[in-house]
Design a protein around this ligand. Structure first.
Ligand SMILES: NC(=O)c1ccc[n+]([C@@H]2O[C@H](COP(=O)([O-])OP(=O)(O)OC[C@H]3O[C@@H](n4cnc5c(N)ncnc54)[C@H](O)[C@@H]3O)[C@@H](O)[C@H]2O)c1
Length: 320
């Protein structure tokens, strides 16, 4: 299969490149290298994935913007499917510049859908997010048919809007779309602003960790290898239109996460509790039965194992 991966120079996208290449697929990455974090990290990602900028080849990199319709029109005739990961990601930053999130995540997604329709291309996997569920009452697991109309950050609202636009494209034009709701993906190459990356750097530097809230917030963490295997399963099993959770199904308390990072790093951990942040939800908890039923997908990497892989990558990269 020839697959266009938007956002393929980023964290999840670069792992997806490796996964699809390893099974013999050809990939074209479209990424604008937006400076949401150190661009050297994205350059390292594309080098590690063996992408080249020539016009031909099984693993191509195209530097360009998702919203550039003429560019999409040139690229799409050469692929069989699209995985749409390009986005401004992250809840907290979206509160600083919501209009930019709307532009990239909503206008960008619609531009892609329009171009796919024009090119007669039908198969799309869209990166959605657990944040669309909003702040939910204690005890509930998050199932895909639950209402998702009370987002608490602009980022979450743009991801839900993306799902709705994908559904409209499915209904109007017959596009085959799987919207995958990722639950806090972590692992090597992860975005530096994500909690596990920030906490790990501080723990290794012997510094105090700022914890938002009292440590009781819950997150469902998903190792990046599991996430990209889920994307590949979705590419292989078109569903018409489906929304599917990809998570681990067993949430971890924030203070337990911090303790696990301390164990993995073999360091003492000191924390300072700070007030909750706007935009953050108190808990996420995926019901992953649909992913099992439709994609034959289950997470395989437990948190301690995933953290050990992350720590090994950090130590190899930074020599700490
Ligand atoms: N990492 C997670 O925990 C998580 C959770 C839920 C959803 N997601 C979603 O998964 C996708 C990938 O996330 P990630 O963590 O790898 O983030 P990332 O920031 O590392 O990757 C996103 C990539 O998209 C590119 N990009 C941004 N705007 C673009 C544009 N206009 N045109 C072309 N490329 C553009 C960026 O340069 C970046 O390389 C995103 O859609 C994100 O919202 C991630």
């Amino acid at each position: 299969m020839r697959v266009l991966i938007t956002g393929g120079a980023g964290f999840i996208g670069s792992h997806l490149v490796d996964h699809l290449r390893a099974r013999g697929d050809e990939v074209v990455v479209l990424d604008s290298f937006v400076p949401t974090y150190d661009l050297r990290r994205k350059e390292e990602n594309v080098r590690a994935s063996g992408l080249s900028e020539g016009a031909v080849g099984p693993a191509r990199l195209v530097r360009g913007d998702l919203r550039d319709r003429a560019l999409l029109d040139r690229l799409l005739p050469h692929v069989d499917a699209v995985v749409h990961l390009a986005a401004l990601a992250g809840v907290r930053d979206s509160l600083d510049d919501p209009a930019a999130y709307v532009d990239v995540n909503i206008v960008g997604t619609q531009t892609l859908l329009d171009a796919m329709h024009a090119a007669g291309l039908r198969r799309l996997v869209f990166a959605s997010s657990s944040s669309v569920y909003g702040a939910r009452p204690d005890g509930d697991t998050f199932t895909e048919d639950d209402p998702a109309d009370r987002p608490v950050s602009p980022y979450a609202a743009t991801k839900r809007a993306g799902e709705l636009l994908c559904h409209a494209a499915h209904a109007a034009w017959g596009l085959d779309v799987s919207c995958l709701r990722f639950f806090t993906v972590y692992g090597p190459r992860q975005r530096p602003a994500m909690a596990i990356a920030r906490f790990t750097s501080l723990v290794l530097a012997g510094e105090t960790l700022p914890l938002f809230g009292d440590g009781s917030s819950l997150r469902d963490y998903t190792f990046v290898g599991d996430a990209v295997r889920g994307i590949a399963c979705a590419l292989d099993r078109p569903q018409g239109f489906a929304v599917i959770n990809l998570g681990c199904g067993s949430p971890i308390r924030l203070d337990d996460l911090v303790a696990a990072i301390g164990r993995a790093a073999d360091r003492r951990v000191r924390v300072e509790h700070l007030p909750e942040q706007p935009g953050d939800v108190p808990r996420t908890h995926a019901d992953i039965s649909r992913a099992g039923a439709l994609l034959d997908w289950r997470p395989q990497v437990a948190l301690d194992e995933g953290l050990a892989a992350y720590l090994a990558w950090v130590r190899a990269r930074d020599g700490v």
